[in-house]
Design a protein around this ligand. Structure first.
Ligand code: MG
Length: 125
């Protein structure tokens, strides 16, 4: 674990973390350690790269693909955290408040999908 990631992890463990705090922590980390944000298009490409790393694990641990004998096995949680980090960078760069966005999104899903899922016989055992 790098010094930078230890710094962030310690801060999060000590304080617990909300999405709002995490956005602020990511911004502080970028400005203090990352120097500045990559531009949005670069970060979008990096996000796709990180999602690909996550997909690689999912295909091998939960899907039908297998690991090469020599392959180093990355940690699922760490790859999920990479995705969240870059997504949070993009939110900060685009002026998105993730707390508000998550709340609005859950409200939207709850209103839209309640009956739809309740009536989906494929979801029943
Ligand atoms: Mg990664």
């Amino acid at each position: 674990m790098s010094i930078a990631s230890m710094w962030m992890a310690n801060r999060m463990i000590e304080n617990g973390v909300t999405l709002k705090q995490y956005q602020q922590d990511v911004d502080a980390w970028i400005n203090e350690i990352g120097i500045r944000y990559f531009d949005q298009l670069t970060n979008t490409a990096i996000l796709m790269e990180e999602v690909g790393e996550l997909a690689r694990i999912m295909a091998r641990e939960y899907g039908e693909q297998s690991w090469k004998k020599s392959a180093e096995r990355p940690e699922l949680a760490d790859e999920m955290a990479d995705v969240l980090f870059v997504l949070t960078c993009l939110a900060n760069q685009c002026g998105v408040d993730l707390t508000e966005a998550v709340q609005r999104n859950m409200d939207k899903k709850s209103g839209r999908d309640r009956e739809r899922h309740a009536n989906n016989t494929k979801l029943r055992p």
